[in-house]
Write a protein that binds this ligand. Structure first.
Ligand code: CO
Length: 175
């Protein structure tokens, strides 16, 4: 065998092996197709967290809660802590956490609440609220306890004037 022949044989073997490999990849495609749904599952991992009735939610100086959704178990007490992790005064960037009863219109409530300046922006004697924290400024926090309402989806908001548009979310009570 000449050197050239040896080289050509080597090339042929390499090509064959290469073919084999690409064939294997082809066969594995079935598995690779499963990946996207697995990835989506991973992306939704926060939803798979065990439900706890001890909840912490934060509000910041950018007028945002860190949660759009809170899930709790029915028939158990809920311990909820709101932390204002910003620095701004409560006159400027006040945050509270207000859980509305079912059927209460969030915009109607927020509109009424913004005139209740002397009551921490909670309408005095209101029957619309299941529970609420105090109005907080930067660095403050408040913890409240209440019985989880019946299973279903409720709405929560910050009732500081103008905040409800961004600072609102769903409170889901699971059976
Ligand atoms: Co607020």
């Amino acid at each position: 065998m000449t050197l050239l022949n040896k080289f050509m044989t080597l090339l042929a073997i390499t090509a064959l092996v290469g073919c084999g490999e690409s064939k294997k990849k082809e066969e594995n495609k079935g598995f690779e197709y499963e990946q996207p749904s697995n990835d989506a599952g991973t992306a939704e991992a926060p939803d798979l967290e065990p439900i706890s009735n001890t909840v912490t939610i934060t509000g910041n100086d950018l007028m945002k809660y860190n949660k759009k959704e809170i899930k709790v178990k029915a028939g158990e007490k809920v311990t909820l802590t709101l932390k204002h992790v910003g620095k701004l005064d409560k006159q400027v960037m006040g945050h509270n956490w207000v859980l509305l009863k079912k059927g209460v219109d969030l915009v109607d409530f927020a509109t009424e609440a913004q005139t209740a300046v002397d009551n921490g922006y909670i309408p005095e004697g209101t029957d619309d609220v299941i529970a609420h924290t105090k109005m907080l400024g930067g660095g403050e926090s408040d913890t409240i306890e209440f019985e989880a309402p019946e299973p279903g989806t409720y709405q929560f908001l910050c009732s500081f004037p103008g905040h409800y548009g961004v600072m609102q979310g769903e409170f889901i009570v699971e059976d």
